[in-house]
Design a protein. Structure first.
Length: 230
């Protein structure tokens, strides 16, 4: 095995370690893994990094970020073996994305506030991903997210597009909010249903209603414009 032990390793060393683990002389377990077999590992490592963030544990965060990075390098290595892309392609892609989505830093766009930055980000993202409608934007909020997180993100994007809430909620404190969510979970479980699946289904329904509203809004605007021209 051609490997040099060091007192301190860098990213190139980590990539070599993964290649060795995957090689015929490497680890039998690592040799057999694919994207799907280690999918949950990726999720678990990410949540453990988030736990370190929440607890402001810098030592743990350093360790958990390393575990997340290992997952990234490992998945990239699988793709490199298949001849589809390399880790360098991953780095190049995200670097270019950050440059394009920060025209106020790397270009000539002027912004006045953080809200301007976020609006530009969403507009550039929609353009580069060729999303023409708000419904496409909502549909592309990753279905792999936990249902509650996806619901919040979908609602935020829908309301930013002008979609009116069904009712204006009353202001409540965080404790009441938590109690309401827990009560909703108890109610759904008492009905013999799985809360995560129920909410996932409702998010899909919400997106369908948004799409109908968007189509109606656009048709109304088009008809109004035609009337003005006539």
């Amino acid at each position: 095995m051609n490997f040099h032990f060091k007192n301190r390793y860098d990213l190139s060393d980590l990539r070599q370690i993964v290649r060795i683990l995957r090689s015929p002389e490497g680890c039998p377990w690592d040799q057999k893994q694919d994207h799907h077999s280690i999918r949950n590992n990726f999720i678990e490592e990410t949540y453990e990094a988030v736990e370190a963030l929440d607890t402001e544990n810098s030592g743990l965060l350093c360790e958990e970020l390393g575990d997340v990075l290992f997952q990234v390098v490992f998945h990239a290595a699988l793709e490199e073996e298949a001849g589809r892309f390399t880790f360098d392609d991953v780095v190049d892609g995200v670097a270019k994305k950050m440059i394009v989505r920060h025209p106020h830093v790397f270009g000539t766009v002027k912004v006045q506030s953080m809200e301007d930055v976020l609006q530009n980000w969403d507009a550039i993202k929609a353009k580069t991903k060729h999303r023409k409608t708000g419904a496409e934007v909502l549909e592309n909020v990753s279905p792999a997210l936990p249902a509650l997180m996806r619901a919040a993100k979908v609602q935020k994007k829908a309301q930013a597009a002008g979609y009116p809430p069904e009712q204006h909620p009353k202001a409540i404190d965080p404790k009441q909010a938590g109690e309401l969510l827990m009560q909703a979970v108890r109610t759904v479980r008492a009905a013999g249903l799985e809360p995560e699946q129920v909410l996932s289904n409702e998010v899909r329904s919400y997106i369908r209603h948004f799409a109908e509203w968007e189509t109606c809004r656009d048709e109304t605007a088009q008809n109004y414009a035609e009337e003005k021209r006539n």
